[in-house]
Design a protein around this ligand. Structure first.
Ligand SMILES: [Cu+2]
Length: 119
């Protein structure tokens, strides 16, 4: 009888532990510079990784909403991933090479006078 009670307590605590583990999602919204649907695809695909539950980038507002497991990935790393693929964020500059390789419609930096009109 005593051991059955102990078992009951054990199973309760383990179920509670699992439930807690599954609830460590964190959501953040921040600006990621971009232009179009291609940018959206590029950003969301790059963030389709372990530790990130969902990533939604909005073309009109240029805001990224990301839900992630803070134990697996940090918000800094998420900014870094965007920067690495050529998309600057409100905290991080874009990788220059990656930016240079973006499709011309995705180049979000606007110059006062157009230097290259080759498209
Ligand atoms: Cu684009």
């Amino acid at each position: 009888m005593k051991s059955a009670l102990l078992l009951l307590i054990f199973s309760f605590t383990s179920v509670f532990g699992v439930a807690q583990k599954g609830n460590k999602y964190q959501t953040d919204t921040f600006r990621v510079y971009g232009n179009c649907g291609m940018c959206e695809e590029r950003i969301e695909n790059a963030l389709d990784i372990v530790g990130i539950r969902s990533a939604q980038w909005d073309e009109k507002t240029q805001m990224l909403t990301v839900t992630f497991v803070s134990e697996k990935i940090s918000i800094q790393e998420i900014h870094q991933i965007c920067a690495n693929i050529g998309h600057a964020t409100e905290k991080m500059k874009a990788d220059e090479k990656a930016y240079a390789n973006l499709h011309h419609c995705c180049k979000y930096i606007k110059h006062n006078h157009e230097e290259n009109q080759n498209h």
